[in-house]
Design a protein around this ligand. Structure first.
Ligand code: FPP
Length: 251
């Protein structure tokens, strides 16, 4: 039995949005965990720990308003450059969060999918991601793309390599390549285009997150550190999104 999302702990309800004001696909760059911890004299890892609740409140909030797809940037191909201690923490943390949250996600009807490269990623993280994918494969309330060891350029280069290999082997004709065909070679071919790209912490960058999928996304940058985010920040972003006029290159 699928359960409905719980309202926000304050009891606050989402503003009235019309259906057309709700993005189909929300991308989340969960930035500012380190600064949040530093401000409190805590180790950076405490900021990541505090960021878990923020993500899952936003997911319940997303279901509540009818968003169908959320992509969360949990670990980037560039995050390997952090200190060995922080990398080790983030690997273990990702593994534990997925294990800890998957039943709850399943009860909410969330389908979990892993988006990212296997190279270098801890086997135990891959195992948990695959378990979560299996458990939630039939769910359709919302798709949660867990972007773990994900990098946008890496995704495009991998796609180009696979595509070139197919051309070389005669499986694909050079003149049949177009955007639609190329997109089939990307990490997650079933991912829809991003409508709302939301980054916390006040930084005005996309940091290699979903470049192919976000070309017409509306960008919203919030001056809140990720651990301080909850679904009320999502509501503010949705209010901003509702004001935008999306033309996709037309007039
Ligand atoms: C950026 O903060 C955040 C990350 C490196 C991604 C990790 C995200 C979480 C731990 C939140 C949710 C948890 C999971 C596993 C989905 P930062 O360290 O770059 O912060 P800073 O810019 O202040 O240093």
């Amino acid at each position: 039995m699928i359960r409905k999302p719980k309202p926000h702990r304050s009891g606050a309800l989402p503003p009235n949005f019309s259906k057309s004001q709700i993005p189909n696909h929300l991308a989340l760059v969960m930035d500012g965990n380190g600064r949040w911890a530093q401000e409190r004299g805590l180790p950076r890892t405490a900021g990541h720990e505090a960021g878990e609740a923020a993500l899952f409140d936003v997911i319940e909030g997303a279901i509540e308003v009818g968003i169908r797809e959320v992509s969360a940037f949990a670990f980037s191909t560039e995050n390997w450059r952090r200190s060995p201690e922080e990398v080790k923490f983030l690997m273990g943390f990702n593994r534990d969060v997925i294990r800890r949250r998957r039943d709850e996600m399943n009860e909410l009807g969330v389908r979990i999918r892993w988006v990212g490269r296997p190279k270098r990623l801890w086997k135990s993280v891959i195992t948990e991601l695959e378990e979560a994918e299996k458990l939630t494969a039939e769910n359709s309330v919302l798709t949660l793309n867990m972007c773990v060891n994900y990098g946008g350029r890496a995704e495009i280069v991998d796609a180009a390599t696979a595509l070139a290999t197919d051309v070389k082997r005669g499986k694909l004709k050079l003149d049949s390549i177009n955007e639609k065909v190329f997109a089939r070679y990307l990490n997650e071919q079933k991912m829809s285009d991003v409508d709302l790209f939301l980054r916390s912490s006040g930084e005005l960058r996309t940091s290699n997150f979903l470049p192919w999928q976000s070309v017409y996304a509306e960008m919203v940058f919030m001056d809140v550190l990720w651990p301080d985010v909850d679904r009320r920040v999502l509501w503010r972003a949705l209010e901003e999104y509702a004001k935008r006029e999306r033309r996709f290159g037309g007039v």
